[in-house]
Design a protein around this ligand. Structure first.
Ligand SMILES: [Zn+2]
Ligand SMILES: [Zn+2]
Length: 361
């Protein structure tokens, strides 16, 4: 029997979100219904509301979530009712050209639920990133459910489903940060601070946080930054070179996604170093660099999509590190809020006042 629950819906471009009654169908083959316990507020939700992703309104927002499986459809073998799960937006297909070459973290044909959740009048909803978890229940593909240790607080665990994983993965998976490396992270919001935490986990010896906001630089220290640079007051490229014997860092991570910041990251790395772009640029942005510098400096320029994560590999491992006290996932939870507070949380996020507001259901 389908369920009627409350969910946060963006009905039109730029319009404030509203709480609506939504219909969640019983899971079909390969699908699961999850009772959402907690869901973080991410910039991507705001981008959906502003029409910056696509025009397929109405959107059911929310995608950084943890919950408990409450029903599964035919053929589901990876989870059972009662499992504690983190939802992911990389349910790998196992068959595409990336998967078939043993690189499922790049899967080009990820799964989402086949059935649609709807408004009470039958209007089909587009769930954010195929999840839609600012709701008491949501319908997903079973592959979007990654089982984790139930001891993990859902408020923290859910954040691994998107932003925190993106940042950690940008450092460890994409950037290849390892023991003894020097790292610079540009932009110290949720994703940037996660890149800092990931660099610490990986054993980086020097982690330089760069931001224009001293308050964010203080947060970054709490996540593992060994040095901070206020790029509104100091040239960050010179400051980073001064902190690294004049050479630059092994890995420079742009967690902002702005041409001026990317250029700083590009020149703040040592010869043969790696630049990682994990911040999301807007479609109008362009960059011009001397091609000789791209060649002559060597190394690698990479982008990181969802931290190049493989949820089945990375989520349980990071939850274990969190439960062992080696990774401060709770530190990303700035506040817990209700379903009706999402619009206010967008404002706080926009003003840079929070790492993450987390809706608790
Ligand atoms: Zn695939
Ligand atoms: Zn997100």
């Amino acid at each position: 029997m389908a369920h009627e629950v409350k969910g946060v819906v963006a009905r039109g471009k730029g319009a404030p979100v509203s709480i609506e009654t939504i219909i969640v169908p019983d899971p079909g083959a390969g699908e699961a219904v999850v009772d959402v316990q907690a869901c973080g507020v991410c910039h991507t939700d705001l981008h959906y509301r502003e029409g910056g992703i696509n025009d397929e309104f109405p959107f059911l927002l929310g995608h950084e979530a943890a919950g408990v499986v409450s029903a599964v459809g035919d053929g589901v073998t990876n989870v059972i009712v009662g499992d504690n799960v983190i939802l992911n937006w990389r349910a790998v297909c196992g068959q595409c050209r990336a998967c078939s070459r043993g690189r499922p973290q790049y899967c080009f044909a990820t799964h989402n639920a086949t059935q649609k959740m709807t408004l009470a009048d039958g209007t089909e909803l587009s769930p954010a990133l195929g999840i839609g978890a600012f709701a008491e229940k949501t319908l997903v593909h079973s592959g979007q459910c990654t089982k984790v240790d139930p001891a993990a607080a859902p408020t923290a665990a859910g954040l691994l489903g998107c932003g925190v994983m993106a940042g950690i993965g940008a450092a460890i998976n994409t950037g290849g940060v390892g023991r003894g490396d020097s790292v610079a992270v540009f932009g110290c919001g949720g994703v940037g601070d996660a890149a800092i935490a990931g660099s610490r986990l990986a054993g980086a010896a020097k982690i330089i946080a760069v931001d224009i906001d001293d308050r964010k630089l203080e947060w970054a220290k709490g996540m593992g930054a060994t040095h901070t640079v206020n790029s509104g007051q100091t040239d960050p490229v010179e400051a980073i070179r001064a902190l690294t014997g004049g050479f630059g860092v092994d890995v420079a991570i742009d967690a902002v996604g702005h041409p001026a910041v990317f250029e700083q990251a590009f020149y703040a790395r040592d010869l043969a170093g790696t630049v990682v772009l994990v911040g999301v640029p807007n479609p109008t942005m362009e960059i011009t660099l001397p091609l000789i510098d791209l060649f002559g400096r060597g190394g690698a320029v990479k982008s990181s999509w969802y931290g190049d994560c493989l949820p089945s590999r990375d989520f349980p491992m990071l939850i274990d590190l969190y439960l062992q006290g080696r990774f401060d996932l709770d530190g990303f939870v700035s506040e817990t809020i209700g379903l009706g507070d999402v619009e206010a949380a967008f404002e706080k996020m926009h003003r840079g006042e929070v790492l993450r507001s987390v809706v608790v259901l």
